[in-house]
Design a protein around this ligand. Sequence first.
Ligand code: MV4
Length: 505
Amino acid sequence: MFNKVLIANRGEIALRIVRACRELGVGSVAVFSDADASAPHAREADEAVHIGASPSRESYLRADKLIEAARRTGAEAIHPGYGFLSEREPFARDVVGAGLVFIGPPAAAIAAVGSKTAARALAATANVPVVPGTTDPLRDATEAAEVAERLGYPVLLKASAGGGGKGMRVVRGASELAAALESAKREAMASFGDDAVYVEKYIAGPRHVEIQVLGDQHGTMHALGERECSIQRRHQKMIEEAPSVAVSPELRRKMGETAVRMAKAAGYVNAGTCEFLLDANGDFYFLEMNTRLQVEHPVTELVAGLDLVQWQIRIAAGERLPIAPLMTEPRGWAIECRITSEDAGNDFLPSTGVISFLRVPGGPGVRWDGGVGAGSEIGLHYDPLLGKLIAWADTRDAAIARMRRALLELTIVGVETSRDFHLRVMDDPDFQAGAIDIQWLERRLPSLTTGDGTPDGEIAVAIAAALLAESERAGRLAPAASSTARGDDREAWRIAGLRDGLRQP
Ligand code: MV4
């Protein structure tokens, strides 16, 4: 096992990796930018190295500084987390070139599935179902029309270099095709500097279901069940769960075998994810492979009963996975809500400020993977994820009730957050019935983001009074500085609680 691991990331995922290292008895080295000088991830790690200015390209995206920090501190391996450099083939190669271990797949596996079209072609050779269509770029509108006619409308134009839905166009009939091709090409060129576009049959109203895989360096590869990730907005996932209401044990086995076949074809090692579209008939189609630990990995951990980050580190150190399946059937149900500093009532506008108060939920079956504390300054340098709230219970209904309870306990003062939005989703009849697909959230947004009718001024006064009273009790404020009498203190919390739906009036 390693003596020391450098964590090339920040926020909740850096802290998550620190925790895994500590449980394994492995030392941890955090890195931090100017903006993160007093961030929890840097404080909690055994050591912390300053790597540059606040903008990511001057810090968390600087491969040279990260590798140098590992060398200087004597770390033997680098965990990239997600985002930043985690899926960059050159980074994985440079880490190994510097005599360090990359805690992730081999650079060649990242390359094998890095481009969507390369992954699609590889899938086809591995007998992994892909959406019917082309892989080679369309030469012109005539060829596009021929292929579309053969597939049958509606079809979907996709940018070969694509990602995040850029350069994607639904085409419902021949008359729309030429114009859609032109605009898809234009957008692809503007976004990726490459105007190659190909065409697929359009799958209407599917779910986004992904399979977690885990493989060691000795040829053992396991599937760890699915995650349902259909609740997303503009290609940003907001709520994930495991298992999926749409996946039977039989389908789980089939999708699992398919994902393992795909991963083996890519020469994959470590934790990875195969993304699929699952249609209403139970047919599934490979979309792409993510070659990193994912944000939503905790829901898999809770129903599989294992620690994915610890396994990533153990696999990178050369350990063997058991030959027997790590998970047969998921146990219970897990749901994750991404808590972001975004104002759902205002088109999810990023909100900035200092977190003046943070109450983290607890109790049975509740997990908070956070990256901020009271005093944290939330700016615009990094993505707005403050933390992830994960609830586990025996059944889906009980997990929803538990998530609702935990969301009510979660109190963040100082920035707007997505908490209330998540509460509304938990209370939504469609969500409760599991009747969701990839378009559900955007269809439903108007009713999920309207105000709750409680005057903001009253809430602010109640929370401020309660905070003041808490400070006073903690001795941070002299009683004279607080105008809050004992009785008002309880009253303030009562008003704050009413707004939260914690108590009946
Ligand atoms: C599709 C599709 C329907 N039919 N392909 C969106 C981003 C890219 N990764 C793949 N995407 C889609 N491909 C066919 N043939 C619908 C989507 C899609 C989507 C997929 C997964 C999660 C969210 C989505 C939101 C909109 C569209």
